[in-house]
Design a protein around this ligand. Structure first.
Ligand code: ADP
Ligand code: MG
Length: 236
């Protein structure tokens, strides 16, 4: 479903050019839950940004459902990004002044004209509430982020990412700021969404135990995928 072909990506810092992705190839199948592991600085976040069209490669191509997506014009790219991909980050990126419910509503809000929003807001509100119940935050709708625990903030961020019914969730160290048990709960939630809704998930993680619970572990070394092996758990 999602294919990266020979991706090259460098960053320039002053006079230095650092090559982060160096001919990276990757195929993610529809309905898979894959994890990406690798040393800090090995290009995991860079790869996730490219897959989600948040950034473009210097060379190489990215395909989604057989359609090339790395070179789309701005508007089409925004549409694809908003509707096809959901993003989850290590530090949640919730807006501190907004309630949990309003944070989850935010993507729907920014994707509408004022009039369009006024007409459909009840539907969106109902969906946001439903998603918050689904992630276990039905009792936290009016809380502000600072009144939530880390795990609860990440659950809110998961609900927000699901608002547009994305086909693919791209999660960048979603448990990186959480204790082990809370992190396990978040991955369990992602697994449920993957299994029950068929959402494809690409998750970057430092935690090899968490990675072992996904369908496939992809290790990045020197800007390439070193190995792709089915995890032990998925094999039994
Ligand atoms: P990872 O997520 O695996 O830790 P990243 O993809 O964030 O790695 O970064 C890979 C390398 O690229 C790092 O050396 C990092 O410093 C560098 N890098 C990432 N983003 C930028 C940027 N916007 N400008 C310059 N260098 C960057
Ligand atoms: Mg990173």
């Amino acid at each position: 479903m999602l294919v990266a072909d020979n991706l090259i990506k460098s960053y320039r810092r002053h006079a230095d050019v650092v090559r982060v992705l160096n001919g990276l190839n990757l195929t993610v199948h529809d309905g898979e839950f894959v994890s990406i592991v690798g040393a800090s600085g090995s290009g995991k976040s860079t790869l996730l940004h490219l897959l989600g069209t948040l950034d473009a490669p210097d060379a190489g191509t990215i395909w989604f459902d057989g359609r090339r997506i790395d070179n789309l014009p701005g508007r089409e790219r925004d549409r694809l990004r908003n509707r096809t991909f959901g993003f989850i980050f290590q530090f949640y990126h919730l807006l501190p002044e907004l309630s949990t419910l309003d944070n989850v509503l935010m993507p729907a809000y920014v994707n509408h004209s004022i009039l369009g929003w006024w007409r459909t807001r009840r539907v969106w509100r109902a969906r946001a509430e439903e998603l918050l119940h689904r992630v276990g935050l039905g009792h936290r709708l009016t809380h502000k982020p600072r009144e939530l625990s880390g795990g609860e903030m990440q659950r809110a961020a998961v609900a927000r990412a699901l608002m547009s019914r994305p086909r693919v969730l791209l999660a960048d160290e979603p448990t990186g700021n959480l204790d082990v048990n809370t992190g396990n709960d978040i991955v369990r939630l992602l697994r449920e969404l993957n299994r029950d809704d068929g959402v494809t998930i690409v998750m970057v993680t430092h935690n090899t135990e968490l990675a072992a619970g996904t369908d496939r572990v992809i290790r990045m070394v020197q800007g390439r995928v070193q190995e792709e092996r089915p995890s032990l758990l998925a094999a039994v």
